[in-house]
Design a protein around this ligand. Sequence first.
Ligand SMILES: [Cu+2]
Length: 125
Amino acid sequence: MKRPSVATIVILLGLLGVAGGWRHLATAKSPAGAEQVIRLTAKKFEYTPNEITLKKGVPVVLEITSLDRDHGFKVPELGVRADVKPGETTRVRIVPDRTGRFEFRCDVFCGSGHEDMAGEIVVVE
Ligand SMILES: [Cu+2]
């Protein structure tokens, strides 16, 4: 097999860097590959915790699991949407690009309290 040229490798690394937000990683306190993980649980009709504070530009991975039935996790303003199922861990990577308060909510109908199943991501400088 032909060996990839140095130029190809540099271009590939560049693309990966853009896609993976390495620039953000470089400014974060934690070393590369050690992104902060925040665990969340979902159940009728609440998330625990229901408020998460993040730092602008610092990537985090949310690990969400359900304690009872299928739920959803949607943060419209951050472009995030995922299914949350019992017995599975849903991983959602977020690199908040601006400060503010962003509501997350369940978007899989789960019963009479579904409309109130929500929380907030607070992004600070
Ligand atoms: Cu629901």
